[in-house]
Each structure stands twice: as structure tokens, then as C-alpha cells.
Write a new protein. Structure first.
Length: 291
């Protein structure tokens, strides 16, 4: 690969990840930093998704998929010479933007549905937030991030009408107890939140009533000591992440050439303690499918 191609790859990654890769490389103890490169989604697949689900994707999310069909960035920390997976930033591909339907959770007769089990969501959201979604026909809900089993980040269309295309979408988090928590009104704002919190475990719980677990708090205090504040309001957090410039990340619908070769690594400067160098590995979507 010539120097111009390498420069193009580096520029593409910096724009898409908003520089978070370089920042993580400089953090003590961070190791096994991996970015799974995705091909741009084909336009006809996006149109097919909209027709199948009777929903119009938000323009910023559509532009994102036309640049990269999903997002997957993970990183680990080195503890006693062993790498422990820690950070995970995920946006499902268009094919995995699956509908959370009102279906039975079990195979037994008369088993409860999600709508039967969900917490009471008839009341208005706290602090003037929007009315919460439902698992029944009043809402159309799609999974953006499975959150490693700690809940789900969802693209939500509320107050939909039968046989009518839904247009207004928001980003919500539903925890394991099926309580809903409003995150942002746009995908762009959610993308900023994901980058700001580095994909740390349970970061979505900052915006819930129960908050972070003690172990999650320790990781936040170690890797996000400046921005992490349990007493910060949702508005303050949004104001902080809005300072990030995301315009370079996905501002057009033009497809970006697929990166097929290994990204050259740039080990960080030597650090004290048992800190290993960080590497970034990029593979095509086809390679990831074969794994």
C-alpha cells in the first residue's frame, strides 16, 4: 500500500471514530484495540428496510449506513499480563437493525408477551421527557446496540399509525427490567454519546434511575475522570457531547472506499507499569462473516 493510500485510511478512521482510537492508544493499560471495518450499505438495502418496516430512517442514520454498514470498536485493558475486554462501541448493521416485536418470550401456551411484562409506561417521562415507548402497536422499536446483554439501545418510533410510514425517530435505552429511558432525539447526538463514554460497560445506565454499578463506577473513574459525574443532569451531559464536531464523520451520502488491508499500527510512547502497546486491526465485512 502506497503512502497516499495509508494516509487516506488514517484520515477515514479518524473522521469516523472522531479521533477516539488515538486517544485510547495513549491511555495507560489499554490494549487490543480493534476496529472492524464495514463496507458501505447498498442504497437498495436501506430502501428495502424502510419499505419492509414502514419507517423512514432518520437522514443522519441513513448517511451513516451509506458510509459504513454498522460500527464495531472494542478495546481491552491489561491486568496481570492478561487482556480483559472492557470497552465496546456497537451500531448494528442495517440487516441487524431488527424489530423488537410483540411476541411471546417463551414457547409455552399463553406465555406473556413483551407488552404484558413491560413496566408501566403510560405516564409522562420524568423531567419533561417524552412519553415512553410501548412494545405493542403504538410504537415501532428497532435494536441499535444489544449492550452485551445489559439492556438495549433502540431506535424508536412512537405514536405510529397503522399502515402509515413512521417518520420521527428517537434513541431510547431499555434496561433488563424493561424500563425505558430517553437518550437523544437524533442518531448524531447518540453517536457522540457513545464516543464520549468510550463504550465503557453499562455507560447507558448513567441516564437511568438506578445508575452505574460499583464496578462500572470504578472503570469510569479510571478512564473518564473528567466527564463522569453521577450528579450531572441529562441536559449537562448532552451539552458536553454537543461540543464534539461530528460533521466530518458522516456528512454526505457518498460511499467511502472499503479498506481491505491491515492498518499500520502506531505503538504509544513507553509508559510506566505493565502497559502494552495498542494495535488496531481492520478487517472487511466479508472476513467478519466467516468468523
Amino acid at each position: 500500500m502506497d503512502e497516499s493510500a495509508k494516509t487516506g485510511i488514517t484520515s477515514f478512521l479518524d473522521n469516523l471514530t472522531m479521533g477516539v482510537i488515538k486517544m485510547l492508544e495513549s491511555r495507560p493499560g489499554v490494549t487490543e484495540l480493534n476496529f472492524l471495518e464495514k463496507q458501505p450499505a447498498e442504497r437498495h438495502k436501506i430502501i428495502s428496510w424502510e419499505q419492509k418496516n414502514c419507517c423512514l430512517l432518520p437522514e443522519d442514520l441513513k448517511n451513516f449506513y451509506l458510509m459504513t454498514d454498522g460500527f464495531h470498536l472494542t478495546w481491552s485493558v491489561k491486568l496481570d499480563d492478561t487482556a480483559m475486554p472492557l470497552g465496546s462501541m456497537v451500531i448494528n448493521s442495517i440487516s441487524n437493525l431488527s424489530h423488537l416485536k410483540e411476541s411471546s418470550l417463551y414457547t409455552l401456551p399463553n406465555a406473556p408477551t413483551l407488552a404484558d411484562l413491560e413496566a408501566d409506561t403510560d405516564e409522562e417521562g420524568d423531567d419533561g421527557q417524552p412519553r415512553k415507548p410501548h412494545f405493542d402497536s403504538r410504537s415501532r422499536i428497532f435494536e441499535l446496540d444489544p449492550c452485551n446483554g445489559n439492556g438495549k439501545v433502540c431506535l424508536v418510533y412512537r405514536n405510529v399509525k397503522p399502515d402509515s410510514a413512521a417518520q420521527q425517530a428517537e434513541i431510547w435505552f431499555v434496561d433488563r427490567a424493561l424500563y425505558w429511558y430517553y437518550l437523544t432525539d437524533t442518531f448524531t447526538a447518540y453517536y457522540r454519546l457513545m464516543i464520549v463514554h468510550l463504550g465503557l460497560p453499562q455507560w447507558q445506565y448513567i441516564f437511568t434511575k438506578c445508575g452505574l454499578s460499583p464496578q462500572a463506577k470504578q472503570w469510569f473513574n479510571m478512564y473518564r475522570p473528567i466527564t463522569f459525574n453521577m450528579n450531572s443532569s441529562h441536559e449537562e451531559a448532552c451539552n458536553f457531547m454537543n461540543k464534539l464536531d461530528i460533521n466530518k464523520a458522516f456528512k454526505t451520502k457518498a460511499k467511502t472506499p472499503v479498506i481491505k488491508k491491515k492498518i499500520p499500527t502506531h505503538p504509544p510512547a513507553s509508559q510506566k507499569g505493565s502497559v502494552s502497546s495498542t494495535s488496531v486491526r481492520s478487517s472487511s465485512q466479508g472476513n467478519s462473516a466467516r468468523k
